[in-house]
Design a binder for this molecule. Structure first.
Ligand SMILES: O=C(O)CCC(=O)C(=O)O
Ligand SMILES: [Fe+2]
Length: 344
C-alpha cells in the first residue's frame, strides 16, 4: 500500500522537521513520527502483553477492572460508542490513567492524585495482575510516550511561530493531574457470519466509529498486517476515507513510526489551524485479514485546569477560523466527551 501520510523523523535537524510537521498538521492532522527511541523488541513485548491480557484472562476477571468515570480500567465489547449514529464498537480495551509521568506511578487513587492526601490507596484503581507483573515495561513506555509527545509539542510551537516557546509544553507538565491515558486495544477478527443474534448489535466492519480525539495529541503503535485505521481528510465527504498503511522505521532495530494525530484541544488552541481529523477503525468485508487488530495508544491531555484560549501566533491570526473555543477547562471538556461516548 502506498503511504498518503508524511513520515517525520524527529531525530533529524529541526530545520527539516519543523516545516514538514506544520504541513502534515495543517493539511491532514495525521502523520508518522519516526526517529523515536522505542526498539522493535520493546514494542513487540508490549503487543505480546496486550494479547496475553485480552486472550488469556477470563471475562469475569476482566470485568473486575471495569472502566470507571475516571477513564481507568477495562472497556468491554459493548461499552463504547464513538459514533452515536452507528452501532456500538466491537472492541475491548484497558486504560491506564491517573499517572505521574515523572515518578512512573499510575492508577493512583483520587485523593492522592489530586494531592488531597499524601497516601495512595492501591485498591481504588486496581491493576490487573498481569500488568502488575510487567510494570517496568508499561511504566517505561508511558514515560517515553510522554517525552515523545513533549518533543512533538515543542516542535509544533516553533512551527506556529509562537513567541513563548514553552506555550504547549508548560501545559503538559508530566507531574500534573491530567486526562492522559495509555490504552491497549483489541479488535477481534470476526466476520459477519460469526455473529450470534446477541452479537448483531455490533457492526462487524466499523470497529471504532468515526470521531475526533478529545485530547491534545494521540500517539499510536500498530502492527504489520493489522491495519484498519482510516481518516476522513475531506470533511465535506462522508465517503472519502484514507487508509493508514503500515510503514517500517528507517532506523534499524527500531519500532515502526508512531501514528500521531492532533486532537480537539490543539485545534481549539490554534483556531482550527492544526487539524483534529475525523477517523475510524474499519475491517472491510472481503479483506484477507488473518488476525485481530491490536493497537497501543497514548492520549495526551494537558493539565486539568488548562483553558482552551487560542495561542498568540500570526499564523493562527491569519489562517485560523476566528471562532471562540468553548469557555471550559480541559478536564471538563474531557468529562463531557467521555459522557457522550459511554452514556455515563
Ligand atoms: O485503534 C486504533 O487504531 C484507533 C483508536 C482510536 O482512534 C481511538 O481509540 O481514539
Ligand atoms: Fe481516535
Amino acid at each position: 500500500m502506498s503511504n498518503p501520510l508524511q513520515v517525520i523523523d524527529i531525530s533529524a535537524p529541526q530545520e527539516e522537521t519543523v516545516p514538514a510537521l506544520l504541513k502534515a498538521a495543517t493539511e491532514q492532522g495525521f502523520l508518522f513520527v519516526d526517529g523515536h527511541d522505542f526498539t522493535q523488541e520493546e514494542v513487540d513485548q508490549l503487543f505480546e502483553l496486550s494479547k496475553q491480557f485480552f486472550t488469556t484472562t477470563e471475562h469475569a476477571e476482566k470485568k473486575k477492572y471495569a472502566i470507571k468515570s475516571n477513564n481507568i480500567g477495562y472497556t468491554d465489547f459493548s461499552n463504547e460508542q464513538l459514533d452515536p449514529r452507528k452501532a456500538r464498537d466491537f472492541k475491548e480495551g484497558y486504560n491506564f490513567g491517573h499517572a505521574n509521568f515523572k515518578t512512573g506511578e499510575y492508577n493512583l487513587s483520587e485523593d492522592y492524585y489530586y494531592k488531597r492526601s499524601d497516601k495512595n490507596d492501591p485498591t481504588e484503581n486496581p491493576v490487573p495482575a498481569l500488568f502488575k507483573a510487567n510494570e517496568p515495561l508499561t511504566v517505561s513506555t508511558m514515560q517515553k510516550l510522554h517525552r515523545t509527545a513533549i518533543e512533538i509539542l515543542r516542535l509544533i510551537t516553533i512551527a506556529l511561530g509562537i513567541e513563548d516557546e514553552e506555550f504547549f509544553t508548560d501545559k503538559h507538565n508530566p507531574q500534573d493531574a491530567s486526562g492522559s491515558v495509555f490504552r491497549m486495544l483489541r479488535y477481534p477478527l470476526i466476520r459477519d457470519d460469526d455473529l450470534t443474534s446477541e452479537g448483531k448489535q455490533y457492526n462487524p466492519t466499523i470497529r471504532a466509529g468515526a470521531h475526533t480525539d478529545y485530547g491534545a495529541l494521540t500517539l499510536l503503535f500498530q502492527r504489520e498486517g493489522q491495519q484498519g485505521l482510516e481518516l476522513n481528510i475531506d470533511k465535506d465527504s462522508d465517503e472519502n476515507w484514507t487508509k493508514v498503511p503500515f510503514v517500517a522505521s528507517k532506523h534499524s532495530g527500531k519500532a515502526p513510526p508512531l501514528v500521531v494525530n492532533f486532537g480537539d484541544l490543539l485545534s481549539y488552541w490554534t483556531n482550527g489551524v492544526l487539524k483534529s481529523t475525523i477517523h475510524r477503525v474499519k475491517f472491510s468485508p472481503g479483506e484477507t485479514r488473518t488476525s485481530d487488530r491490536y493497537s497501543i495508544v497514548f492520549f495526551v491531555h494537558p493539565s486539568n485546569s488548562t483553558t482552551l484560549d487560542p495561542v498568540q501566533s500570526d499564523l493562527v491570526k491569519k489562517a485560523g477560523n476566528g471562532q471562540t473555543p468553548p469557555a471550559i477547562t480541559a478536564i471538563n471538556h474531557l468529562k463531557q466527551r467521555l459522557a457522550d461516548t459511554y452514556s455515563w
